[in-house]
Write a protein that binds this ligand. Structure first.
Ligand code: PGA
Length: 245
């Protein structure tokens, strides 16, 4: 009932020619209607990525956006500008945006509203750091990120990605049990806001996902997909997309 999402976040990697090379290698290796495949290139490669993937099973999204429509916001990119490239999704509140660039639950909330208003489908990222996990604050923290990030949002096509910060880029993946525990908790919080519709909301796990651990993670009840960083840069991503369930 919940279509799986296999998403690749390139972060600050790949210029236009590397983007073209990547898709000419990847596309022949994947073909699926069963799973939604989406790649998040940097802004400068969005248009190239959209044209490379036309007619394929891969959709394109942006890694960030600003919540205003236009104006004196040097360095920012609006939702409409992203939509205009042909991209259909946007990541909001990735932990690197939060920890390195001052993103807050409040800006996350404004971006989610603007994304929906513009017709871009957002994925909201949440996740605790190592300190919070070790001091037993994980569940309270995730609950507050969900409550504040989604305040006043009624659109149940929202996708939530649980990405524990201690598992991102570290090679340390959360165990499938740890990931499921939090993803299940997220679904309960979503049910408080969206009622029965929470059963249809996709929840992704992210943090050192690889071809070797995708299957175990995806076997979990409340994990409906993955957000892949490092391993999405290489053709290993095809093995992740094609994992055998
Ligand atoms: P990683 O990154 O797969 O390299 O750990 C995940 C992410 O930041 O989305």
């Amino acid at each position: 009932m919940r279509k799986e999402i296999i998403a690749g976040n390139w972060k600050m990697n790949k210029n236009v020619s590397q983007t073209k090379d990547y898709f000419s290698e990847l596309l022949p290796l994947i073909s699926t209607d069963k799973r939604e495949v989406v790649i998040f290139p940097p802004f400068t490669s969005l248009s190239a990525a959209v044209s490379c993937t036309q007619g394929s099973c891969v959709k394109i999204g942006a890694q960030n956006m600003y919540f205003e429509d236009s104006g004196a916001f040097t360095g920012e990119v609006s939702a409409e500008m992203i939509r205009d490239t042909g991209a259909v999704r946007v990541l909001v509140g990735h932990s690197e945006r939060r920890t390195l660039f001052g993103e807050t639950d409040e800006t996350v909330n404004k971006k989610l509203r603007k994304a929906f208003e513009t017709g871009l489908s957002p994925i909201m990222c949440v996740g605790e750091d190592l300190n919070q996990r070790q001091s037993g604050e994980t569940f309270d923290f995730i609950a507050s990120q969900i409550r504040n990030g989604l305040a006043g949002i009624e659109n149940d096509s929202i996708v939530v990605a649980y990405e524990p910060i201690w598992a991102i880029g570290t090679g340390v993946t959360a165990t499938s049990g740890q990931a499921e525990e939090v993803c299940g908790f997220i679904r309960e919080r979503l049910a408080e806001q969206f009622g029965n519709a929470a059963d249809g909301i996709r929840i992704l796990y992210g943090g050192s996902v690889k071809a070797g651990n995708i299957k175990e993670l995806m076997a979990m009840e409340d994990i409906d997909g993955v957000l892949v960083g490092g391993a999405s840069l290489k053709s290993e991503f095809a093995d992740i997309v094609n994992y055998d369930d």
